[in-house]
Design a protein around this ligand. Structure first.
Ligand code: DON
Length: 306
């Protein structure tokens, strides 16, 4: 792909969707309702380390559900595919991200992208206690972004004090023996992973690392075992957009993951990573401007996998 053409197209998309007023800010986590609906950034990082960006690409926001894909990779590295599959499935739910539903026969949460599955996945992270688990998780994310990351404490506290629905899911899974007894520790780690601050350039580098078979194209270090990149991308492709996953796969045709603070991460395998940030959300909890930009990028450059 010719680079001036890509940069020009990003500028064009930014201009086109900047004035869009659709979507609403997430408010079930009170801190997220303080976001500026005009924030809008796009960044693309190629597997050979070139960066294209426009708008508010340095604005920090919390990673939220986008973290789930990466923690899933870590759980796979900690336990292997077979064990992780006994604790969390890989089946799309067709339901929203926070639906309180487990697979009737196995009692597993359906997949690692919905909240229930993500909490179960986070509970698998190894470590001698909460501090070691958090440090290991931060190390993992830092390998993907290539620099230190910090937790947004107001968002963390906001989620921790209001996250009763997530707490209910954890109790349900505890009841069925799907997670161990230390559910408050697992929930804290889950709320911490969701409260990590990133910008859309970070998202693009993380996505480019997955596109590059697990090696960060900027710092050239391995972030994840290449054996598990396929698993991460598959669940992103089939479940990353929750009850919009089918339409997303049909129209955009790429593994993607959204977060309620307005981040969107998309992987173009072997080619590039895309990171978009714009807080107003659609009814599925995904960035409205982000979805439009992805559709247009996929169409313009023929990025659909099939
Ligand atoms: O647990 C939650 O509800 C949030 N921390 C994350 C949800 C989320 O980002 C859903 N994605 N669009």
């Amino acid at each position: 792909m010719d680079s001036p053409i890509l940069q020009d197209f990003l500028n064009e998309l930014h201009l086109k969707y900047k004035s869009m007023r659709d979507g609403v800010l997430a408010n079930y986590i009170p801190e997220l309702a303080k976001a500026d609906p005009d924030w809008f950034g796009i960044c693309i990082v190629t597997v050979d380390g070139q960066i294209y960006e426009v708008g508010d690409y340095e604005q920090l926001f919390t990673i939220q559900s986008i973290s789930k894909a990466f923690v899933y990779g870590m759980a796979l590295e900690d336990h292997g595919r077979d064990y992780v599959l006994t604790r969390v499935g890989v089946e799309p739910t067709g339901d929203s991200f926070n639906s309180i539903v487990l697979d009737e026969s196995s009692k597993r949460p359906y997949n690692p992208m919905v909240n229930a599955g993500a909490i179960a996945t986070t509970s698998l992270i190894k470590g001698s206690g909460p501090t070691e688990r958090l440090v290991r998780m931060l190390d993992m994310f830092q390998r993907y972004v290539g620099h230190n990351l910090f937790i947004d404490m107001p968002v963390f506290m906001s989620e921790r004090t209001t996250g009763h629905r997530n707490r209910a899911m954890a109790h349900l899974m505890l009841n069925f023996g799907m997670i161990d007894a230390k559910i408050e520790e697992a929930l804290d780690l889950y709320f911490q992973q969701c409260s990590l601050m990133v910008n859309c350039r970070d998202l693009a580098v993380m996505a480019a690392t997955l596109a590059n078979n697990g090696i960060n194209p900027i710092i050239k270090d391995r972030a994840v075992d290449s054996r598990y990149v396929r698993d991460i991308l598959t669940v992103m492709y089939t479940c990353g957009m929750y009850d919009f996953a089918g339409e997303w796969a049909y129209t955009v045709g790429l593994p993607g993951k959204s977060g309620v603070s307005g981040g969107l991460l998309v992987v173009v395998p072997q080619q590039m990573g895309i990171g978009i940030f714009s807080p107003p959300l659609d009814s599925h909890g995904s960035s409205v401007r982000g979805m439009q930009v992805c559709k247009e990028l996929s169409e313009r450059f023929g990025l659909h996998l099939f």
